[in-house]
Design a protein around this ligand. Structure first.
Ligand code: C2E
Ligand code: CA
Ligand code: CA
Length: 491
């Protein structure tokens, strides 16, 4: 009995031990499984936003397109705009991480259960809509998302705003191809980034536009080579548009001085003229803007000399510089060489820079701007009011002039807000002792209103369209006979 008792106890103990072992094993198995799941989840979740990443997006699309379901589905790519890149350079990494986290949350929050949201790269998100009832409804939903993204992000002492663009591709699930869908959404996104509309739906023309862009790049290159080899191939040429400064005394109506803005033109071999709005961005991408920009400076300097020989005195000649030119380490040397070779240009050429191009790399840009001023050139801020620059940065720009963007001027007679913006820019400029030039003045009504707001320099079709260098002396001689003179005196 004692023997049997002992055996039972021994067996029980054995069973208990096994049970314990088993429990530990099960526990460690469970925890290993949990760790593996967490690691896998970490791999497919974006570390900043906690949203699933590209491989997950691809998997989702594959599974959607493999099923038997029919109907229309949609893919939207959302990219934060250049303000985010500016923040990335200007803020501490922890702050940018917070901005991304916040953006992810807002996007997810504003689509709710309507879409799956993915975080592809720092500034790019994707939204998958499994069923799309209509393009219009989707557009309304996405407008809501954009509004959420645009709302300011607040830190103690800061308020930041980031914009975004969205490209959308729709497809019938039964005949859709994943790669094709991604490519279409990407083309639509590119289109949105270049157009004033924040959302674009894919259209087949976009594919041809992309092909055209590559063709344009090749054409600019061959044109410039031809131009450089033949010197006077007339592929690139300059036009000059008057900038008129009038006496701020409303009774006088006197023209105090005349300047011009130099605007480049490109005539292709077939005779068609391509506007700078189209070819400058492409020339920027390829780097060709540097030799083209140097040619522009040289050509302008020669024209200034020629005008002087004709006895024509221009107060200033404004030349546009793009971001890439501003950041070119050779720029200041080139400006020095031009000023030495054409002494007339010293203190006459004003370089126009946009806020956006300065804010691409603000510290470097401000440093370069100081060197430019030391080399004897002035700086004007172009398209003022459309870019993103804090007043703090503005204070550090060694500039002397703001150019009010055309969009404010053309709306000011109908929109109170645009008029208020113009008033603010004029009063800021006056406090800082800067000059203000209003761009795109087309009517006498605009001219009178601008004068009333305290603006004294004007540029626009009302005063003259961009013209070849040899028409500039005639334009100046003819100023007295122009109809707009009456608007100035009447005011
Ligand atoms: P921007 O510097 O804002 O130049 C003013 C643009 O507005 C010019 O267009 C001009 O022709 C146009 N404009 C002037 N007055 C009026 C008006 O009353 N009404 C309307 N509707 N438009 C007016 P353009 O010549 O096509 O130049 C476009 C842009 O290309 C310029 O904008 C400038 O950013 C860039 N650009 C032009 N030339 C050069 C250059 O030599 N180098 C660089 N980097 N960029 C240039
Ligand atoms: Ca300009
Ligand atoms: Ca402008």
């Amino acid at each position: 009995m004692a023997q049997a008792d002992y055996q039972i106890r021994w067996l029980k103990a054995e069973v208990e031990q096994l049970r314990r072992k088993n429990m530990t094993l099960t526990r460690s198995l469970h925890s290993a499984q949990a760790r593996a799941r967490a690691a896998e989840a970490r791999l497919s979740l974006h570390e900043r936003s906690g949203l699933p990443t590209r491989p997950e997006l691809e998997r989702h699309l594959t599974s959607l397109l493999q099923g038997n379901a029919s109907g229309t589905m949609g893919l939207a790519l959302l990219r934060l705009d250049e303000h985010f890149a500016i923040l990335q350079r200007a803020l501490r990494p922890s702050m940018t991480e917070w901005v991304l986290y916040e953006m992810g949350n807002r996007i997810r929050g504003s689509v709710g259960a309507g879409a799956a949201v993915y975080h592809l790269r720092d500034e790019e998100f994707a939204l998958v809509f499994e069923t799309v009832d209509s393009e219009g409804a989707l557009e309304i939903l996405l407008s809501g998302v954009i509004q959420q993204v645009r709302a300011p992000v607040t830190f103690p002492g800061y308020q930041l705003a980031v914009g975004c663009n969205v490209g959308v591709a729709l497809c019938r699930r039964e005949k859709c191809d994943k790669t094709n869908l991604l490519r279409k959404a990407d083309l639509a996104l590119n289109d949105a980034r270049q157009s004033p509309a924040a959302i674009r739906f894919f259209a087949s023309e976009m594919r041809s536009a992309a092909v055209e862009r590559v063709q344009l790049q090749a054409d600019i290159l061959s044109s410039f080579q031809h131009h450089a080899e033949n010197g006077h191939g007339h592929q690139f040429s300059m036009r000059y548009q008057p900038i008129i400064r009038v006496d701020p005394d409303p009774m006088s109506g006197r023209v105090l001085s005349v300047g011009v803005e130099a605007l480049v033109r490109w005539r292709q071999a077939d005779g068609s003229v391509v506007g700078p709005d189209r070819f400058i961005p492409v020339a920027e991408e390829t780097g060709l803007i540097l030799p083209i920009g140097n040619w522009v400076l040289y050509r302008v300097a020669r024209d200034i000399e020629a005008w002087r020989e004709d006895g024509v005195h221009l107060e200033s000649v404004n030349v546009n510089l793009s971001a890439r030119q501003l950041l070119d380490p050779q720029l200041v040397d080139t400006l020095g060489i031009i000023a030495d070779r054409f002494p007339e240009t010293r203190n006459r050429i004003v370089l126009e820079l946009t806020e956006t191009s300065i804010m691409e790399r603000p510290e470097e840009a401000v440093e370069r701007m100081r060197e430019i001023v030391q080399a004897g050139y002035e700086i004007a801020i172009d398209d003022f009011g459309t870019g993103y620059s804090s007043l703090n940065y503005l204070r550090s720009f060694p500039t002397t002039c703001f150019k009010i963007d055309r969009s404010f001027v053309s709306n000011m007679t109908q929109r109170q807000q645009d008029r208020a913006i113009i008033r603010t820019i004029c009063s800021l400029a006056s406090d800082l002792g800067y000059r203000v030039i209003a761009e795109g003045v087309e009517t006498e009504a605009e001219l009178m209103m601008l004068q009333a707001e305290g603006c004294d320099s004007f540029q626009g079709y009302l005063f003259g369209r961009p013209m070849p260098a040899d028409e500039v002396p005639g334009m100046i001689a003819d100023l007295d006979n122009r109809a707009w003179r009456e608007a100035i005196t009447l005011n």
